[in-house]
Design a protein around this ligand. Sequence first.
Ligand code: HEM
Length: 483
Amino acid sequence: FQWEWERWHRRRKLPPVVNLLQHVVLFWRSWRSGMLKPLMEVKEKFGPVFTLYMRFQRFVVLSSYDAVKEALVDHAVEFGSRGAMYSLERLFKGHGVILVNGERWKQLRRFSSSTLKNFGMGKRSIEEQIQVEAQHLVEAIREKKGSPFNPALLTTHAVSNITCSIVFGNRFDYEDENFLNLMGSMNNFFLEMSNQWNMLYEICPRILQFLPGPHKRVPRIYKTLHEFILERVRINQQSLDPSCPRDYIDSFLIRMEQEKQNPLSEFHTTSLVENVIQLFIAGTETTSSTLRYGFLLLAKYPEVQDKVHEEIDGVIGQTHGPGMQHRSRMPYTNAVIHEIQRFANILPLGLLHKVACDTHFQGYFLPKDTPVCISLSTVLHDPKYFKDPESFDPGHFLDENGCFKQNDAFLPFSAGKRVCLGKSLALMELFLILTTILQRFTLTSPKPPQEINLTPKVNILVNVPPSYELYVLPREDGLQDRA
Ligand code: HEM
């Protein structure tokens, strides 16, 4: 980025082909080096609001808590629109709650939030579903019989199954053929989305769409996901009882019927299918990568894990599994989970926003539709709010008496109108799954703690933890028998 900044005036006078090549090299370098360091450096030099030229257009980048809060919260209407993300637009063709804007977004956002609540989000029943899933995860881990294993598949299965319970009204057995097909497509989808070619598509979509290459694989995988969900919609349609919706799909179908005379309605089959896929995409890799980061950090810092074990034994004990009612009495564990999320920094650049109208912000003029990148990395590493942002330290969320302390700059879910739709669900999943696992097991690594590598596999959209093996020791015989 520095390279970009120091040369952009000069480069603008260069021929377009050189300009394009420089864009590609810039993007490559930034992507390979992770986004945090270069953004921090630019912020030091130009302040927390700056413009970045990439893929032939400019982005305004907000890179401190104060700037992000002022934009997303104090100017929520101006900064609350979604910017164009080409690699997603080409698949969803402008449908689904993540991508739409204006009245269409309001309809879908309101419906999705309230329906997820009715199917338990923030309520007891989803808590029970997560508890059940956490127990299945414990069983699956126990089947590893003490051999080291990579937890990636199991965490993705557990987290996706919770979304399945909400969207399809049932969880699947981990060996179920339908579930394995769905998971296979999801895994391939994430793998391909993080492929460098697909990332290049984000900078020069107009050129790459006409060229062959690995970026062409994503739409094919997406098609299999689409067909799977469409089939589930057909099954629901055949057995629908409008007086008794069983899941998200039923509720959407009922709303479609109510609005069938409205030509502007956002409730139609395409929108339903795209929305369901987006719930899976938004909820799976984010939550499961956070959990995997959590396991890795706890293996690297056994002294932190010991204190969480101590708190679990003191507050939850050994006769019951964890529930959300325990969280307020577990300040240390709560702080550890917050610090895992801060350190994992799962969506380093958030999702792209744009300004909905001509806007004056911090002395700059931003014309309508200017794309705005919310650098959540720099917020979660803001030295004004976190005393040692590079270190993993649960103390960032504890006061001097060991009580849990909220930190304003804790924004892994972003803020404002577009704040993550699944925030309460994700928080519940993280607390219940992590405490259930730690109630039963001690997490260690086949490597000595000092050799555990925490560097993420950077993939511009999601910070994925490095692949690793986990070595899990059962904690107490009594607990094993009960599970
Ligand atoms: C640890 C887990 C998660 C993290 C860190 C996370 C983070 C985020 C972030 C940063 C955004 C972008 C907000 C913005 O545009 O400013 C977002 C949007 C979104 N998230 Fe999450 N998320 C997580 C889990 C989930 C889950 C479990 C679901 C649902 C099942 C979900 C559904 C969504 C949706 C639908 C949006 C788009 C909202 C909109 O455009 O109105 N997320 N999330």
